[in-house]
Ligand binder design. Sequence first.
Ligand code: SF4
Ligand code: SF4
Length: 65
Amino acid sequence: MSHKREEKGYIAVTTCKACGACRDVCDRDALVFEGERVIRIDYDRCNLCMKCVKVCKNGALIYVE
Ligand code: SF4
Ligand code: SF4
């Protein structure tokens, strides 16, 4: 699943491998899961701290400027 946002500066979610690494680093509960996979970011919660982008070794979370 992917998520696109019209505005600049968002985190695109590509193919999540369900490793769970991002779950613990997001202290704003902004990652939306479907089972163990991230399907989108809740931008009402996300402050673009980039912790999840850095921790995702699979490149499933990409910051798009
Ligand atoms: S950028 Fe930060 S606040 Fe947004 S989803 Fe990732 S870890 Fe959570
Ligand atoms: S760290 Fe990346 S691959 Fe792992 S659960 Fe999060 S988005 Fe998916």
